[in-house]
Design a binder for this molecule. Sequence first.
Ligand code: AMP
Length: 293
Amino acid sequence: MSFLNRVLRARALSSTETLLFVSRAFSSSSCVNSGTDLQLGASFPTKPPSSLTKISKDRNVQWVFLGCPGVGKGTYASRLSNMLGVPHIATGDLVRDELASSGPLASQLAEIVNHGKLVSDEIIINLLSKRLEAGEAKGESGFILDGFPRTIRQAEILEGVTDIDLVVNLKLQEEALVAKCLGRRICSECGGNYNVACIDIKGENGSPRMYMAPLLPPAHCESKLITRPDDTEEVVKERLRIYNEMTRPVEEFYRSRGKLLEFNLPGGIPESWPKLLQALNLEDHDDKQSAAA
Ligand code: AMP
């Protein structure tokens, strides 16, 4: 049974053990995550994840990208998804699509997202299930999830319905994260992601200098650039606070299962992409040239 069907079944059948998981997880009816009731699993030493990153011939990869807002999850997840031929599914994009649709949830979601809060687990699972259903109808298999799971409950629900092979935890210092969010621009027509910030942070206490060149839009996108409403300094700081409170424990959840690959970004895409491929044992992957284009 596909991942999607198991998710949907878990939501639909009251007799399954999985549903107990889901219903416990959904005990709050609010739209917004409360941030309480987090529980960590026992902590074990992280196993080297190299064996997990070998691409299986039996099925497509099921990976998760974790990391603070602005770290570049979308950039690297989308490049890898092109390279490996699996869908890149960003729950933030699903939320923004729902907002743009002006459907019944849109006004509640806008209030939550524009203040940097997390949407409730129930709404996110519903949006993700719909997206997977559409993908399944098109014959998709495997995935790279970006921005999900973001709470321990979401991680438990995901674990209850499928095996995640690998969780990549992208890391950057906070100064760079804030600058990257404030510099982010999106083309309102083609959806292209750009960044007008030039980040140059002096290395201190033995840490190397961090330089990231701006990623400027092509001329035809220049006049159509927009800024995300949640990329203001105040909201970015709130998103970082919420990440530390609600999502940081998810890192430990996967670390304790030996699935977490920690990756400190050494700079912008030209410096980071080859090193990420190396860390994922993908340096020799046939299609890496086209993915980097
Ligand atoms: P992102 O583009 O990943 O920064 O997500 C934008 C916003 O969508 C977040 O600040 C949350 O309000 C919401 N969101 C995205 N993914 C999730 C998730 N897994 N759980 C709860 N809220 C989410």
